[in-house]
Design a protein around this ligand. Structure first.
Ligand SMILES: Cc1ncc(COP(=O)(O)O)c(C=O)c1O
Length: 294
């Protein structure tokens, strides 16, 4: 299994459990690093490639069309099917639509998965897969063995909702609210986070990926943040290897613009206080080490 590093923790628990073999491929400005992937596949046999090409969780990056074509080419060359997890596709707030890998795939290499969770119905547990017939037949049997079938009531409810045109309206409303919340978060970060922090500016999705200075450990920061009523996901949970301790994922979909501004302000002052403390400690350590030369 080859997968992006970092990636969605749910995928890590499915694909990277004890005993399973996986290859971690870094994510760059344009999604999965295709040079590394090509290199890795030329040396090791992989059975699947798992990617989130649009509004990647957690980095927010979206692969452009050229990168998508090259990924499909690489998959074709090494005969490795791709799982395209396109769960955030509907949540684009600006920029032109980019076709899914599945739409560009001439070799039948892509298994496309999505669900209704991110457009507002996580409790329904209804999703779908578009894949070659033979894959669907296998998955049908596996699904029957695991839970017989997905809830018929949930499927009927979402079907009726869509049939009446309400899903389209709902997605429009959700996108408007989420894009305002994203903008509120980006503005608040600019205002309240230290100059040496940096973050993604995603065209869609649900979260912003923040890099703090090395000295800030986001798991420790989280403990303090929770005490003051603010929460986020610390970055280490998204890595299959070499976890970074100074990353955090801030979701902008759960609260309104004012609450977001307030929470980012609180986080910003906690981070600045930690930076100040670590700078002071470093300068004390430096002066401790000084020896009188005269
Ligand atoms: C990339 C990705 N895939 C899948 C899921 C989970 O989707 P579902 O709720 O439909 O199982 C998430 C949820 O965060 C996600 O980020």
């Amino acid at each position: 299994m080859a997968l992006e590093n970092p990636t969605y923790p749910g995928a890590l628990s499915v694909f990277c459990g004890t005993g399973s073999k996986y290859i971690s491929v870094p994510v760059g400005e344009n999604g999965i690093d295709l040079n590394v992937l090509e290199d890795v596949l030329s040396q090791r046999r992989a059975k699947l490639i798992y990617v989130v090409p649009s509004f990647h969780n957690p980095t927010g990056v979206t692969m452009n069309v050229a990168a998508r074509r090259r990924l499909i080419e690489i998959a074709g060359q090494f005969r490795v099917p791709i799982i395209e997890d396109d769960i955030y596709r509907e949540l684009r707030y600006n920029g032109p639509d980019i076709p899914p890998l599945k739409a560009l795939d001439e070799h039948g290499m892509v298994i496309y998965i999505s669900s209704f969770s991110k457009v507002g119905f996580p409790g329904l547990r209804v999703g779908w897969i578009a894949a070659p017939r033979v894959v669907i037949d296998h998955l049908n049997r596996a699904k029957q063995r695991s839970d017989l079938h997905a809830s018929l009531l949930a499927q009927a409810a979402i079907f009726e909702f869509a049939r009446r045109g309400l899903l389209t309206k709902h997605i429009k409303r959700v996108k408007k609210a989420y894009s305002q919340r994203r903008d509120a978060m980006l503005e608040a970060l600019e205002k309240h986070f230290p100059d040496d922090a940096s973050w993604s500016r995603p065209d869609g999705g649900m979260s912003v990926w923040v890099r703090l200075p090395q000295s800030v450990n986001t798991s420790q920061l989280l403990v303090q943040a929770i005490e003051s009523g603010v929460t986020f996901v610390s970055g280490e949970h998204f890595y299959s290897s070499s976890p970074r301790q100074n990353m955090m994922r801030l979701s902008f979909t759960m609260a309104g613009p004012q609450a977001i501004e307030q929470a980012v302000k609180q986080l910003g002052s906690m981070i600045k206080a930690r930076l100040l403390k670590s700078r002071k400690e470093r300068s004390v350590r430096r002066t401790d080490g000084l020896r009188a030369l005269v």
